[in-house]
Design a protein around this ligand. Structure first.
Ligand code: BGC
Length: 723
């Protein structure tokens, strides 16, 4: 059925650089068609049309994989698009595969092409006729190639379209011998246009720029209608934030040009980019040929077409906005692969970021397929010694092996298993998980893993005394080994050797990093990890919790970076310090989650102080306003504020534990997660002197309700308690 294997990769015979070329084939049909199926893929990204009608609604196909190992193809039902005379036409751009920025100077290494050409296309149209006969129309040297009006397409720099361009000249396409066996069927949900947002205002900045505001930081592109004299060049710069004086601020985009350039042809046309995306809230218009009207501009939000599963709401509007910001952070950074950010010249699948956000992501959207695809690329990006590249899909850095980053190999499959009860992901990833733990083992001496390059508790606020690398390495070594042991046991594998390794490392960890039941590294991150990673005994748990509570109370705020933040509130509230956890969640001043909300954030910032209280920026060099890592706080909102957890022994919410933490500052909380069994919901509402709780258990599931002074086992259904 996979007729694509009958086709040949074809490409342009002349170098097009970043211009988009079209490959096309005309053919006639004189019989009645019963069914027609098109399979297509590209080295780069493609849009394919039949008879001028776009095939499918997928954006940026074939998606981003580790192209050294596999390139996805898509299958479309095109029965309704065929007539007597047909033209099938694909336009191909470089896409992720070829984009080059400061971060991807090595792109040639993963290029893997065997011809001089950058990009290529492959497709097969399989037609089944009513009379029972069939025909395949594959890509081959009989196709024609033309240049198109898209004069430039680049993931970071944007797109240039010349509406006056005449596509007259065609030449035969060139067959290339790029390996066919790299082709594999699409594994995850494709990227689609998801939300349309009208412009909320047009204004002129103090410096005189004409700017359009969409009121929301988002990932996608803008669709606009424009009419200008033939040949007039208009352009748009997409950007995230205004500076402190209300002027256009593009420095944080670094080398990414994030531009749309449009040459008018004297008629009114509607245009949107097709081969790139932008992370933006604002547009700055240059040389606009007509009056700028808000209604002529619509932002189109792109992300992988995952099903929404998680909702949270409470009585504090700022916390609600924070939750929305987390959701937007996920949308903006789940465009086929989990990225650090969608706007600057980076947009890479940083493993550490993905790891800290994975569980949160799994509550808000169904990310099973999304992560399974990415994890396959992670395996491809793992070296023989077990190190995982820092960014996945790997882009030829030849690095990797950082604690908390490479641990994505173990933690991400585990989180997918936990939320969805999906054993398959553990079966698929087990060898990769073990390989990373084996790397740490192989590099440890007397139980401790030391040395190597690490990002540590990235962007923490500990000043001169951050959590040390050896501490973080060994905390993660213990955590990943414990997950591997549980995984192995679930899969029926003898894990004695890893249990021994865990025991040795724990003993060495205690000897080196603990004294009198406390952690010798006096940081919030060190304590939070030890408390949540689950390797302390009861007495240690108590004293480390007290240590953490003291650290937080003394300074009155969080100081954690990427590796400590996801665990901080859990570490407090799971150990008797619920109010302190809420204090941190509800803090409006820097550093705290609501500081960004108060400063107009509509997504999660990369730094606690991406923007300073006086309106100035943290720094131009590394300052994303759409970085999901600190959005991992939504995990706590679901699990602790709303109290929806699954039993540790029983992944996938088959047995739920409802243990909400009330706080009068929130007044009420209402949350639900669409589990694989159905909706699990929790709601509490404080009343005069009491609280009403409502829990919903999906069909076929059971739950334990833990409320002040009351514990109860319940079955499927909805239950209300007033206490
Ligand atoms: C990225 C991060 C990433 C980090 C590693 C940054 O440039 O944006 O989110 O994890 O580098 O240190």
């Amino acid at each position: 059925m996979d007729h694509i294997y009958e086709a040949k990769w074809i490409t342009t015979p002349v170098a097009c650089d970043e211009a988009v070329y079209a490959l096309e084939k005309t053919f006639a049909i004189d019989k009645q068609v019963r069914r027609a199926t098109l399979q297509a893929s590209a080295l780069g990204v493609y849009v394919v049309e039949i008879g001028g009608v776009r095939v499918g609604d997928q954006i940026l196909s074939p998606g981003w994989t580790d192209y050294r190992f596999r390139v996805q193809y898509q299958t479309y039902d095109v029965t309704d698009l065929l007539g007597a005379d047909n033209c099938i036409r694909a336009r191909v751009a470089r896409g992720w595969r070829m984009h080059r920025s400061g971060w991807q100077a090595n792109y040639g290494e993963q290029k893997g092409l065997t011809t001089d050409s950058d990009t290529a296309f492959v497709a097969a149209l399989f037609i089944e006729y009513a009379d029972g006969s069939t025909q395949t129309i594959p890509t081959d040297a009989s196709w024609l190639c033309r240049e198109t009006g898209t004069r430039m397409a680049n993931m970071y720099n944007g797109e240039t379209f010349d509406a006056t361009f005449c596509e007259t000249f065609a030449r035969p396409a060139l067959e290339t011998d790029f390996p066919m066996d790299l082709l594999t069927a699409q594994q995850n949900e494709p990227v689609r246009e998801q939300i349309r947002i009208p412009a909320s205002r047009v204004f002129t900045t103090p410096q005189g720029d004409t700017v359009i505001d969409f009121g929301q930081n988002l990932t996608g592109y803008v669709e606009f209608s424009v009419c200008g004299e033939k040949g007039h060049k208009a352009s748009i710069r997409c950007f995230e934030v205004l500076d402190k004086d209300g002027n256009v601020y593009v420095e944080n985009l670094r080398a990414a040009q994030t531009t749309i350039t449009y040459y008018c042809d004297g008629t009114r046309r509607t245009f949107k980019p097709e081969f790139t995306f932008y992370g933006f809230q604002y547009l700055c218009l240059h040389d606009w040929p007509e009056d700028v009207k808000a209604e002529n501009f619509t932002a189109i939000v792109l992300f992988s077409d995952m099903k929404r599963t998680g909702w949270f709401e409470c009585g504090d509007k700022d916390v609600n906005r924070l939750f929305e910001n987390v959701v937007w952070g996920q949308r903006g950074n789940f465009v086929d692969v989990p990225t650090d950010c969608p706007q600057r010249d980076e947009r890479l699948g940083w493993t550490g970021d993905a790891q800290v956000f994975a569980r949160t992501a799994s509550y808000i959207y169904d990310v099973r397929k999304f992560f399974k695809k990415w994890l396959r690329d992670l395996t491809h990006g793992q070296y023989a010694d077990g190190r995982v590249e820092h960014v996945i899909p790997a882009i030829g850095w030849r690095s990797g092996g950082a604690c908390g980053w490479s641990d994505a190999a173990v933690i991400c499959p585990w989180e997918i298993y936990r939320t969805y009860g999906d054993r398959e992901v553990l079966v698929e990833q087990y060898a990769s998980m073990r390989s990373w733990v084996d790397f740490m083992r192989a590099h440890s001496t007397d139980g401790l893993w030391l040395g190597g390059d690490h990002f540590a508790d990235w962007l923490n606020l500990d000043g001169d005394t951050p959590t040390s690398k050896p501490y973080l390495q060994n905390a993660y070594f213990l955590y990943s080994t414990s997950i591997l042991i549980r995984t192995g046991k679930l899969l029926g594998i003898d894990m004695t050797e890893y249990e021994n390794c865990f025991a040795d490392t724990l003993a060495a960890f205690r000897a080196r990093f603990m004294a009198d039941g406390k952690i010798t590294e006096n940081t919030q991150t060190a304590c939070a990890e030890a408390l949540v990673f689950g390797f302390l005994n009861e007495a240690e748990q108590k004293s480390v919790a007290a240590q953490l509570a003291q650290l937080v109370s003394e300074c009155g705020h969080l100081k954690t970076g990427f590796l400590g933040t996801p665990y901080l509130l859990h570490a407090l509230s799971d150990n008797g310090y619920e109010t302190l956890a809420y204090d941190l969640l509800l803090r409006h001043e820097f550093p705290g989650w609501l500081y960004s909300v108060d400063n107009g954030a509509t997504t999660i910032w990369e730094h606690w102080d991406s923007r300073n209280p006086d309106g100035t920026m943290w720094d131009a060099g590394m300052n994303s306003f759409n970085h999901y890592a600190y959005g991992s706080v939504a995990q706590w909102m679901f699990e602790c504020a709303a109290g929806i957890r699954h039993d540790e022994q029983d992944a996938g919410f088959a047995h739920i534990v409802f243990k909400p933490l009330t706080d009068k500052r929130l007044g009420y909380v209402k949350a639900s997660i669409e589990t694989v069994h159905g909706a699990a919901a929790s709601e509490w509402r404080l009343t005069d002197g009491g609280c009403t709780y409502t829990f919903t258990v999906p069909a076929g599931c059971t739950a334990t309700v833990i409320l002040p002074g009351k514990t109860e086992e319940i079955g499927a259904g909805t239950y209300t308690y007033t206490i």
